[in-house]
Design a protein around this ligand. Sequence first.
Ligand code: SF4
Length: 305
Amino acid sequence: MTIREVQDEILRLKKEKNVCILAHSYQTHDILEIADFTGDSYLLSKKAAEVEAQEVLMCGVRFMAETVKLLSPDKRVILSSPEAGCPMAEQMDREMIECVKEKYPDYTVVAYINTTAELKTVCDVCVTSSSAVKICSQIENDHILFIPDCNLGQFVASQLPDKEFKLLQGGCPIHAAVRPEEALQAKKLHPNALLLVHPECVPGVSALADYVGSTSGIMDHVRDSNADEFIIGTENSIAQHLQFAYPDKKFYLLSKGLLCQNMKATTLIDVLHCLQGSAGEEIELPAETIRQARRCIEKMIELGG
Ligand code: SF4
């Protein structure tokens, strides 16, 4: 089958079975094209809760499918590729954070949404990379324990100097692997390009950027900018998506290493097989985990709007 034929069959089955397909922005372009919604994990889980379809197929990684389940506990949520995990989300577990909380009982525990549902049960509030600064600024407590991404945590802390942040040594191995030397080299190679980076990068890279923000923030920044050239400092699929959206502008990769194999675990054929019922994994969470973890997400909605 050609890509077009596979896509057509997916669209036919999706309609016939009334399945809502969600695709995170780091998925490949052929998958984005057949999705009902594309974007970051929080936006996708909100959209899934709004649609009338009772079955949702999440093309992304496990914590994203879990977040969809937290907001739509009565829906059937399928993760497109069972082996697609997020190394950052798995770096810290519930027992570890319970121990840290005993050491810092006066701190509000802020969890990046890139955490397991199980870990969210012992945290106070979730944030996304786009809402982290706003939500942390609205927390009444000036003492914040930010997990698991120390680079995002450090970026948020730099924006809120009146608050005291405790950070743990976690983070995205893909973004954190980019070195400041690569950023300097990319700027030297493309002197007219703006450098846009994700706050999961190390502070030395963020310090060299013209803009630091979430994936959707980076895409919005390109849309609103008059510049013609950009160095993209987040997962490399974003440079490709932007190139499709703005064919007259030029997009360069900050690093060839910015490639998340977990996000690329799902292929277009996997999506087809999920709809045919021969692939994917249904996400099931204990009712008590849903109740406790959901508290964290509801607090995020309350503080972040
Ligand atoms: S890019 Fe990083 S944070 Fe995102 S899924 Fe991959 S490992 Fe996890």
